[in-house]
Design a protein around this ligand. Sequence first.
Ligand code: IPD
Ligand code: CA
Ligand code: CA
Length: 280
Amino acid sequence: MSVNETPEQLEQYLALAVSCAKEAGALLLEGFEKQKTIDHKSSAVDWVTEYDRASEQLIVERLTAAFPEHGLVGEEGSRREGKDGYAWYVDPLDGTTNYAHQFPMFAVTLALYKDDVPLVGVVYDPLRDELFTAKVGQGAYLTRASGTQRLQVSGAQVLATSLLATGFPYDSHTSPHNNATELGFFVRKAQGIRRAGSAALDMAYVAAGRLDGYWEFKLFAWDMAAARLIVEEAGGRFTQPDGQPVKMDVQQSACVSNTHIHAEMLAVLAEAAQQRMRSI
Ligand code: IPD
Ligand code: CA
Ligand code: CA
């Protein structure tokens, strides 16, 4: 990836993203055990709370004050065309279903891209105060109360000893492409499978070596933008389920791994897709 930004510029972008994520994380913590107002989005199971919106507003205000010329795409509707190819992708609350049920697993995530190249990315878990960050070409890191450590994906070599994570799309009640077939295949091949409910944290956990792989369909750029850079900077692989590179401009599916098990994961996804197509 060719990047013209100076190390100082990258550090400035990352510092801004971190302060946005921490401030928004504090706001989400305040609301976590409170009664929320629930609205529905694409389906009856796709919820949004006033905290998703307040978190996005806070982040967008901070980003706009610092870089009014940068483009912006936020899950809760914020859009701005930018100059010079810069675009921030913002998921102000990844794990809304968990958050609304007071299930303690959610994150704030944002990333800056230039001409589709990731520059910096942040995934912040406010409950555990775990901050996952990456700058392009400079590695991925986890910062918490005990200090900062460089992230490295796991060494698992085969699916049979791998712990995977996945998620299900918001049209899972109505679409045949709802990950049920793929789940059935992986459940027979992997050591274990988790559905923790925050795609960004699932992927950050692959970067941290806590998980060996992750797959999910129908994600948006705001779910993946930061975690993709964090995974790649930690030595992982991030592709579409057919092995093609991911793009940020459309709804996409992802296969994410420690690199070693990637081919095995892609083969399982291909086999499952064939069965799914036959049964439609
Ligand atoms: C969702 C979560 C979930 C994943 C969904 C995402 P949201 O994001 O990351 O784990 O399975 O695909 O849409 O709606 O809570 O920001
Ligand atoms: Ca999300
Ligand atoms: Ca969200």
